[in-house]
Design a binder for this molecule. Structure first.
Ligand SMILES: [Mn+2]
Length: 295
């Protein structure tokens, strides 16, 4: 029960909710938690407004997914609300995320984290690796995020995957899908490491064969989508994917092995049409249903 009271202290229980998912202070099944933080954002800020925008936009969505022929109400889902994070440097926030996700996992919840900026993922993965040392992280993203710190910040959002690799150590694995932006050294590492693959369902499917039976974490940086479909993000990068490609990628991932996921980098005010928030909410619904699915 210690983890539960610790978690309760970390959560803010006001505000809207995702679809019709009940608010709860206790993790149960898939447990949504928002992290409204954008303190290391290097270009255009605003992802701190992501979690609430995803919840607000979800009102326009159905609970049923035709693509997966399932309804999220078929399984257990709760919305824990947002972490009450301090603004400023990233380290206190990452510590809080690690503690909260650790508590969710200790209470047998499956974390589904709504960002916020991508640096947050390091705290999540650090917590998950403690429970799942052979974790496979699948990164869907435009950016390599392999810098070893950026602009003086160890936990920068430009270092998200470097910090995840630190956490994964020898036992864990990372696949970096759809990456199309980074510096020369990052791409050299991507090519040499074998971790890099295009946003192709066929290629992801065949790579996943190497990791059969391992627990999977999916980190979705929404800027993997083309700015034409998803302009509401801080560092948009032309040349991205469309919804159909995302759905195909998701189909290849075995949901019954997923131990968590996140949806990062929505900056809702950068898209006055609101469509980016709707896409983020739909991606969140699809991830919930994917985790609930047996395949
Ligand atoms: Mn990115």
């Amino acid at each position: 029960m210690e983890a539960l009271s610790e978690l309760e202290q970390l959560l803010d229980h006001h505000g809207s909710r995702f679809l019709e998912v009940p608010r709860s202070k206790t993790p149960s099944g898939i447990s949504l938690v928002g992290v409204p933080y954008d303190g290391t954002t290097s270009y255009r800020p605003g992802t701190r407004f992501g979690p609430e925008a995803i919840r607000a936009a979800s009102i326009g969505l159905e609970t049923y997914s035709p693509e997966q022929d399932a309804d999220y109400t078929d399984g257990e889902v709760v919305d824990l609300g947002n972490l009450d994070v301090p603004y400023g440097g990233a380290t206190p926030v990452i510590n809080q995320v690690r503690e909260a996700v650790g508590a969710i996992v200790d209470l047998d919840g499956i974390p589904l984290v709504l960002g916020g900026e991508h640096s947050i993922t390091a705290g999540i993965v650090e917590a998950l690796v403690a429970r799942y040392p052979d974790l496979l992280v699948i990164q869907l993203d435009a950016h390599a995020d392999l810098r070893d710190g950026y602009l003086g910040e160890h936990y920068s959002h430009a270092s998200a995957m470097r910090r995840c690799l630190d956490a994964l150590g020898e036992g864990g694995q990372l696949l970096q899908v759809g990456i199309r932006s980074g510096e020369r050294a990052e791409f050299q590492e991507l090519r040499e490491s074998g971790r890099w693959l295009p946003a192709s369902a066929e290629q992801l499917h065949s790579r996943l064969d190497e990791f059969s039976g391992r627990p999977i974490y999916v980190t979705l940086d929404l800027d993997i989508f083309d700015p034409a479909y998803f302009p509401g993000t801080g560092t948009p990068e032309p040349g991205g994917i469309d919804w159909a490609t995302f759905a195909a990628l998701l189909r290849t991932i075995p949901g019954d092995r997923m131990v968590g996921a996140d949806v990062m980098e929505l900056a809702p005010q950068l898209d006055t049409s609101g469509v980016s928030s709707v896409l983020a909410a739909k991606a969140t619904r699809e991830l919930i249903i994917k985790i609930q699915s047996q395949g």
